[in-house]
Design a binder for this molecule. Sequence first.
Ligand SMILES: [Zn+2]
Length: 162
Amino acid sequence: MLTLTPAVRDAIYEQGAASYPDECCGLLIGCFVDTVSDGRRVAVEAVPVLNEWTAEVQLTDDETAHSLRDRFYISPEAYLKAQRAALRRDLDIVGCYHSHPDDRAWPSERDRVGAAGVGGGPYFSFVVLSVLVGKPAEIGSALLSQDGRQWLLEELTIEEIS
Ligand SMILES: [Zn+2]
């Protein structure tokens, strides 16, 4: 279960609307509240990351011509930089987010293939924001199954954390 503070949700909404019709992406900084029971985590900050997808970034062998409209890529350098900043505040990266311009709030098959590269796994939230005709529409979260073969729905709540 993932909780976003209202400020984090608003930041993702704003970024998703601003980058439309391209995808935006970023990392979620936060902490694990109770890893023993249900792995609940809270994201307290959204760190925008430049979408560095280019034709040179090949996630699968059959990549052909695609654009920033249906691709996102977070470089290992950007990931490490955000993680170092988070660790200095006793926080960690709990997931990532990206937008789906004119598509649904659910990660794609292509996202699944790319997920391993940014630390996919059952404790790494994949938040997807659906942006329809430039307006944020719906936000959802998914977790990669243990074997990495499928997306699992993760409960997402918006709550102020005191
Ligand atoms: Zn996607």
